[in-house]
Design a protein around this ligand. Structure first.
Ligand code: ZN
Ligand code: ZN
Ligand code: ZN
Ligand code: ZN
Length: 285
């Protein structure tokens, strides 16, 4: 099996485990959960106004029901689904595209909510919202597998959300001497003492003044206090972890085995995981 994933996100680095992290996860998770429910309500309301009533599968768990109950209770809704999929073909394309985006965003928000709240009392609610939004997204835009290099791939957010592993980045950087640019532990300069520095403005910043802006020119020699600077960080490796530092650093696509389904190579297959019964969560590789 192969997969692709997200290891790092732009912006602030989430706090390390402890009370600050718990508060961070709660704040971001509840915001995402609210967004999921708001986007879903907007989409179903706009669909209903246009005469396309989305009949939610009543067996989709209500928030608060235990995860094990989901596995047992959630039935497929294939009949109602095909009627709905047929009826929405009459939507004009720009309106269809707008609603499809709303629904995909609601599903992503529900997944993000679970990523942040999986160890809280709201985990069941997040799980329920993933299925609710995923089922509507499936009805609206489908869930086609793509064929690439001899493998079938899925990027089904609902399906991938059930694989409870995350990705963690190993970053390597080096401590360099500001005066000579060599490894700070190996050169003869002493941090905190004055030494001639040749200005180097690689990466737009000055090796003497960074992060403070200055007028030094490349190649100019100035007397300055020697300090330790960090080299450009590079991604050294990515590891699979149960709870990633970046809660949304998860698998975004994976290959699926379609050998037990009929169809020619490169043929059209639809994912069934966002449609059928919930098979529960997995943490195994
Ligand atoms: Zn040095
Ligand atoms: Zn400078
Ligand atoms: Zn799917
Ligand atoms: Zn589920």
């Amino acid at each position: 099996m192969q997969f692709r994933g997200l290891v790092l996100e732009y912006g602030e680095i989430p706090p390390a485990p402890g009370p600050f992290r718990d508060a961070y996860l709660w704040a971001h998770g509840t915001t995402a959960l609210n967004a999921a429910s708001r986007l879903y309500s907007d989409a179903t309301r706009d669909l209903a106004i246009r005469g396309h009533l989305w009949r939610e599968d009543p067996s989709i768990c209500s928030p608060g029901s235990p995860w094990s109950a989901l596995t047992a209770c959630r039935g497929t809704n294939v009949g109602a689904l095909s009627d709905f999929s047929e009826s929405i073909r009459t939507l004009d394309p720009p309106e269809y595209a707008r609603l499809a985006t709303l629904v995909q965003e609601s599903e992503r928000a529900a997944v993000s909510a679970l990523n942040h709240l999986e160890r809280t009392s709201l985990a069941d609610a997040c799980h329920a919202w993933i299925h609710r939004t995923g089922a509507l997204r499936r009805a609206l835009v489908g869930c086609r597998l793509t064929y690439e290099d001899g493998e079938y791939w899925t990027n089904c957010a609902t399906r991938l959300a059930h694989w409870r592993v995350g990705l963690s980045a190993g970053i390597q950087t080096s401590r360099l001497c500001s005066a000579c640019g060599k490894n700070a532990a190996m050169c003869d300069h002493i941090s905190g003492t004055d030494a001639p520095h040749t200005i180097n403005r690689r990466d737009e910043t000055c090796n003497v003044c960074s992060p403070v802006p200055c007028d030094h020119r490349e190649g100019q020699v100035v007397l300055a206090q020697t300090r330790t600077v960090f080299g450009t960080p590079r991604l050294d490796h990515a590891a699979i972890v149960r709870y990633p530092r970046f809660p949304d650093a998860r698998v975004t696509a994976m290959t699926v085995d379609v050998s037990n389904r009929s169809g020619r190579e490169g043929g059209r297959f639809e994912c069934a995981a966002c449609l059928g019964r919930c098979a529960g969560f997995s943490t195994v590789l």
